[in-house]
Ligand binder design. Sequence first.
Ligand code: GAL
Length: 417
Amino acid sequence: MRKLLIGTLLATGLTAGYAVTTQAAGESVEVLHWWTSGGEAAALNVLKKKLESQGITWKDMPVAGGGGEQAMAALRARVTAGDPPTAVQALGFDITDWAKQGVVGDLDSVAGKEGWDKVIPAALQKFAKFDGKWIAAPVNVHSTNWIWINKKALDAAGGKAPETWDELIAVLDKMKANGIIPIVGGGNAWNAATMFDSMVLSLGTDFYQKSLIDLDPEALGSDKMVEAFTRLSKLRSYVDDNFSGREWNLDSAMVIDGKAGMQIMGDWAKGEFVNAGKKPGEDFVCIRFPGTQGAVTFNSDMFMMFKVGKDKQAAQLQMASDIEDPAFQSSFNVVKGSAPARTDVPDTAFDACGKKAIKDLAEANEKGTLLGSMSQGYASPAAIKNAMYDVITREYNGDLDPKAAAEALVDAVAAAQ
Ligand code: GAL
């Protein structure tokens, strides 16, 4: 009984967070986000339920679109009108850009009391803090260098998950011969750019660092970059003709149904598989993109907090505290497909792909191969990212050949700086 009672108290946050909880009850949080797919909505619901159990009202402001470009545009309108939401899902350099405008809140009171400095990796703190102050609560770590493969389709294609580029092409050829769409993706600029992260990373972590993060013109225009684009368009040749405009989660649905063999996508795709009742090892297989095992191109979803009126501040701080609650980090990320943002959350509740995500992340963090994802805004500010998106889309759609694309990338990045 005593155990049960303590368990209940812990689950509802009525122990450590008691003071904040009582203050926050009756307040509301307005949350701007782009988690509108089945798996994403299921994960968001875990957060919503937690806040509601504390008497906090959830006002939902969804703005669809992977990567959050549309969400950031909607946010701009709200900030300009002097009426920002309480919390906003945001990524990497976008967070720093908003902080520079002087409109974000201050989470130091909660972060200090709860010791966030010790449990959140430095790579994330770089974006969750500004001028030494916590301004955002990291909820997870996703990464983009994954392939999600339909298990039956892989079995029919020989059963061995590809470990090299050549093996990948051999599997795609077999899937094609078996009469399915071998691979889906690239339906919009963000989606193609997400695939491109892996093309560059598969040619070396140094190359990824020099080109996409350091923006070294030599690396951007190098033969290796030509090779990265050549790989991208090779993959495009296996994608069906109806790809254009198709959202990433519809691509996932095609892999789930077995219409398509595989998808290169961040592990939010796993959220779709899990939401459809699919299991790793039985229904689908998760692998790092061939040649990238040991490195991780990461992005962390953070809830960036805005300056709000007194009537919302307790709920805002409570939301930040809830997000960093270790038990919440586990239950949320199991559904979302991501790894926890905290390093001290056990992997017990995670499936095989989740356990791999957590292990890969720790290893990359240790080895110095944890690299910000270009496609998700963790390698460079939006202006440069968008300039890259533009060149990648043109190449993916056949408007530029790989050599011309590498040259265009050098010019586009220079112009955007
Ligand atoms: C990413 C975000 C993920 C996922 C994805 C697709 O930018 O970090 O959490 O939601 O977009 O919407």
